[in-house]
Design a protein around this ligand. Structure first.
Ligand code: KIV
Ligand code: ZN
Length: 373
């Protein structure tokens, strides 16, 4: 079975989300939980963005046992600041990027293709030099999926020759379909037989996780992702979804990860709290509704209506008595609460709840009965 490295970018790309309200210092608490979750790499931030970010990345780098990555544009000043932050990490990694699509090259960078190649090569060589070869170098061609293929290959080739040991393929605007991404990653995998080929998928069309899984099928062995899928616009590939897929579907994907799946739910809550971004109720894996059952037929055989047991991820299933419930739901909720009720009492209760249009959670059932008494 193949092993997939989880490169967590919650503290970098996740923090770039326009809705994120992460207060300075709370990054450390999030990093501690990511460590407990057992991600392989933590991209702790973008040191060139501010002095505060530089310091926080430095603290995380010193304290973590994981690979700590710092983002840098393909510029010497950025690389220098990134190194200053990660130099005390047990396993430091530069994440150097530059755009490769003609649209970004022309309209954002105002450069020629050759200038892009030169900037990538120079910054990678500088990273190697400044770190004395003691840091890994990952290179991202931003907007790779909308880039001219020949130029993209030329750029990756130059980056590898300059010293990048890992190449990352970003679908920066979440533009590709899984079959398109599969083909692209497979081609790159064949062309560049590096030990690590990584992907970075955005969720603009709701395909970030599907694209990441397609890339794994095509041979990628590292995925960038964020907890709760937090990130720019519609977010990044959700770590909790990828990790759960690599657990419950590991035989189909023929791949697994190091993630401690039992820490998923707790991590989701911590990220939500510190980033000030709620978890949508319908969010796959961690959304409140993802673990709730109301329909009578479902409650009769609840495990038959779950892709995985919520306890896997450290969460709890919740049964609700409401309009769609049947007698089994009431009896099951009573059993969970260790309350003995007969069939007739259950029917009467159910009718009352339906008539009043209520929804009674298993957690509130006892209180509901007490209030009635
Ligand atoms: O989305 C993107 O392309 C990025 C790069 C910096 C890798 O976040
Ligand atoms: Zn991104």
């Amino acid at each position: 079975m193949r092993f997939i490295k989880i490169f967590d970018t919650t503290l970098r790309d996740g923090a770039q989300s326009a809705s994120a309200m992460l207060k300075i210092g709370n990054e450390i608490k999030v990093a501690e939980q990511l460590e407990r979750l057992n991600v392989d790499m933590i991209e702790a931030g973008f040191p060139a963005s501010s002095k505060a970010e530089q310091d926080i990345v430095g603290i995380i780098a010193r304290e973590s046992s994981k690979t700590i990555a710092a983002l840098a544009r393909a510029k010497k000043e950025d690389v220098k600041k990134a190194w200053h932050s990660i130099r005390r990490a047990k396993k430091p990694r530069f994440h150097i990027f530059i755009a490769s699509s003609d649209d970004h090259i022309k309209n954002k960078l105002n450069m020629s293709r050759q200038e892009v190649v030169n900037a990538a090569v120079e910054s990678i060589k500088y990273a190697k030099e400044i770190s004395n070869g003691n840091a890994e170098i990952e290179f991202s061609a931003e907007d790779a999926t909308r880039s001219n293929e020949r130029f993209l290959f030329q750029l990756y080739n130059a980056a590898i020759k300059a010293g990048a040991g890992i190449i990352n393929i970003p679908d920066t605007v979440g533009f590709f379909l899984p079959n398109e991404f599969f083909r692209m990653v497979r081609k790159i995998r064949k062309r560049f037989p590096l030990p690590e080929v990584s992907v970075h998928c955005h969720n603009d069309l709701g395909l970030a996780v599907a694209n990441s899984i397609a890339a794994i099928h095509a041979g990628a062995n590292q995925v960038h992702c964020t907890m709760n899928g937090i990130g720019e616009r519609a977010g990044n590939a959700a770590l909790e979804e990828i990790a759960t897929i690599l657990t419950v579907k590991k035989n189909s994907v023929n791949a697994c990860s190091n993630i401690k799946i039992g820490e998923i739910y707790k991590t989701a809550q911590i990220v939500s709290k510190y980033f000030g971004v709620g978890i949508p109720v319908y969010k796959a894996v961690i959304g409140a509704n993802a673990m709730k059952h109301e329909a009578g037929i479902h409650v009769q055989h609840v495990k038959g209506y779950e892709a995985f047991n919520p306890e896997y991820i450290g969460a709890e299933r919740e049964i609700i008595i409401g309009r769609h419930s049947g007698i089994h739901t009431v009896l099951e909720v009573a059993r969970i609460n260790r309350i003995n009720i007969g069939k007739e009492e259950a029917i009467a209760l159910l009718n009352e709840i339906k008539k009043k249009g209520l929804k009674i959670s298993q957690k509130d059932f006892k209180r509901y009965l007490e209030q009635k008494a």
